[in-house]
Ligand binder design. Structure first.
Ligand code: HBI
Ligand code: FE
Length: 366
């Protein structure tokens, strides 16, 4: 008699991949930084500077010891570190003020009240080359003593300020996280922030995130609800996502949160583009280039040897950020250690958030 057909093997148990969803969960991933300088070593301006490397290591050691609920590490910055912060702050403050009618523009408009105030504020904002919400957030943080050009802010004050506004938290980290770990953090409304500062030889540029990038680039934007929501949307879509989806979300993050532009008000004689990407808002040279301004003067003492700074490549492409364009975005690799070749331009922060949300829904339906 024929042997009975063997029963098919039972299906393997459906394993649900674990992923962090709360700030405390991030204790398991936050110490998993990619080898410091692995990708960056040959380009890193501090690579050959032993004192810089050991200072960076001391700061990142405290971040590695941090557990959720601990007081945020306080760094006693050296005068030379503060000087780097102050020099970059001054360059960025000048770009932030372009077209803004000076820092008093908004206050003068508010004093008028009503429609006149709205019209004056609109006129004052027309020439801005940064997102007006970003300029307002920085001005607010300065007024509250949370950010200042005179000292590198500590994470504790920044965290409390941010949490009051959007419920986001800041967590110290020792360097680059994998895209998956970093994006999972956003889903938990946690922003991982480095505390060391870029090498003083090239203050206008850093190949890895540093305290200027985190606190002056990212944090003010995360205090704006629509923009915090955009970050959280990408983060939630990353939960348990396949590796190729993580890669696509990381590219979407890069071309929006890091290097995004908004349409300005060229028709009314204003700036044609306004930056909202944190990579632009923390890099005076690339910010000026992205919005079509002349390069800011080189800081005193800056290393201007060939190769010390990113190459001054030609006029970049600027393309509208539409859901159709996102297909191109998520398929595009990008340079990390030079200026970008392409920027994507959105219709306001809400427009950017809408496009990101639409793509995130596609990823979650895969
Ligand atoms: N890690 N610490 C840290 N900071 C970032 O800004 C960061 C990161 N890892 C990946 C990343 N950013 C993004 O460029 C995307 O890959 C998600
Ligand atoms: Fe960043």
């Amino acid at each position: 008699a024929p042997a009975p057909a063997a029963a098919p093997p039972p299906p393997p148990p459906r394993r649900r991949r674990w992923y962090p969803t709360t700030p405390a969960d991030l204790d398991t991933v936050a110490a998993r930084t990619l080898q410091a300088g692995d990708d960056l070593s040959s380009d890193h301006p501090g690579f050959a500077d032993a004192a810089y490397r050991s200072r960076r290591a001391a700061i990142t050691a405290a971040a590695a010891r941090y557990r959720w609920g601990d007081p945020l590490p306080v760094v006693a910055y050296a005068p030379a570190e503060t000087a780097t912060w102050t020099a970059v702050w001054a360059q960025l403050a000048a770009l932030r003020a372009v077209g803004g009618g000076g820092s008093g523009g908004g206050a003068a408009a508010a004093a008028m009240g009503g429609a006149a105030a709205a019209a004056a504020a609109a006129a004052a904002a027309r020439g801005r080359v940064v997102a007006p919400e970003y300029a307002a957030a920085v001005e607010g943080a300065v007024a509250e003593g949370v950010l200042s050009g005179d000292a590198i802010p500590q994470l504790g004050g920044v965290d409390a300020w941010l949490h009051d506004r959007t419920g986001w938290r800041v967590r110290p980290v020792g360097g680059l996280l994998s895209p998956r770990d970093f994006l999972n953090g956003l889903g938990a409304k946690v922003f991982h922030a480095t505390q060391y500062i870029r090498h003083p030889s090239v203050p206008g540029y850093t190949p890895e995130p540093d305290v200027i990038h985190e606190l002056l680039g990212h944090v003010p934007l995360l205090s704006i609800p629509a923009f915090a929501g955009l970050n959280e949307t990408i983060g939630i879509a990353s939960r348990g996502a396949r590796d190729d989806a993580i890669e696509r979300l990381a590219r979407l993050y890069w071309f929006t949160v890091e290097f995004g532009l908004l349409w300005g008000d060229a028709a009314a004689g204003g700036a044609p583009y306004r930056a909202y990407g944190a990579g632009l808002l923390s890099s005076p040279g690339e910010l000026a280039r992205a919005v079509g301004l002349p390069a800011p003067p080189t800081a005193e003492g800056e290393d201007v040897r060939e190769g010390a700074s990113p190459p001054a490549n030609p006029e970049p492409d600027r393309r509208p950020l539409t859901l159709e364009a996102v297909a191109e975005v998520v398929a595009s690799s990008y340079p990390v250690t030079s200026f970008q070749r392409v920027y994507y331009v959105a219709q306001g922060l809400e427009g950017a958030a809408d496009v990101v949300a639409a793509y995130a829904r596609q990823v979650q339906a895969e």
